[in-house]
Ligand binder design. Sequence first.
Ligand code: ATP
Ligand code: MG
Length: 324
Amino acid sequence: MSGGSESAVSRETEAVNDDDFFPVPVDSFPSMDTPIGAAAHRASQVLHPSEANALPKPRERRVLTIANQKGGVGKTTTAVNLAAALAVQGLTVLVIDLDPQGNASTALGVPHHSGIASSYEILLGEVTAAEAVQQSPHSERLFCIPATIDLAGAEIELVSMVARENRLRNAVTKEALGDREYDYIIIDCPPSLGLLTVNALVAAKEVLIPIQCEYYALEGVGQLLRNIELVQSHLNPALHVSTVLLTMYDGRTKLADQVAAEVRQHFGDAVLRSVIPRSVKVSEAPGYGTTVLDYDPGSRGAMSYLDAGRELAARGLQDNQGNR
Ligand code: ATP
Ligand code: MG
């Protein structure tokens, strides 16, 4: 386990409000023993990525679907910030926005107005995945297939289509994605278990479930797991819940600790040790069309996603969870 993950765990017991933190010149805080020193160090890593802090590439490209039919648990926030965290640490990442709300596209700063080549057109087979990919202005290694409002009709349109559950998988083959080699593909799902989410589950090998550290955190998770099992037994035998991420953790409340303990008991080792704190900076970033790593690289929110990214990458190597 990386040192970064341990630091995330220790933060679980601290009050978490990153608004007290702000980027500072690294030279002012040469020691990484203090929280602000560590924050400054991380900010410098984000702003000046180097070979030294590059994450290892997975043996094969990893495809993760971020799913939880409960709304507002941090799926999109996790998709974009985890993707940015991996990209800033040297990996090439593609986010597929499969939610008609288009929030991931917004946060990554890519256009997603109606008529643009998007996840809707690739599901319909009208454009290739490579034609729909856009580079995020925030990183040369961060890419997005956006979602437009047209996707809202797709749940219904897909019903009558041939191979309706396999359309995304068939659309994001290596060949369809062109020459660029993606280390990670992260799929952001809508808050439902409809055909869009099923397509995402069929296209991936791994599921990442974000769980909000609030009341009713595990509500609906049983239903999600049953759907994952159904997809696994009928459509995608390799599918498994590789990762659970605790989001919007507020260390000032006992509730957050209780939820975290319950989730760890339920999911065991699948739960990342890194925890995402509730943070105003995280929630403000999409309003500026960016990720928290760009918006405030020294903040706790940015650090926690960097930690989560490192942990995810390290686990992929240990577990050999490479994907097609
Ligand atoms: P939906 O189900 O609608 O797609 P979602 O699961 O994708 O929602 P998000 O959109 O990522 O959830 O987050 C819901 C709200 O919570 C957003 O306003 C987001 O900015 C905020 N949020 C997410 N993570 C955090 C966090 N760590 N701290 C503070 N606010 C957060
Ligand atoms: Mg969302």
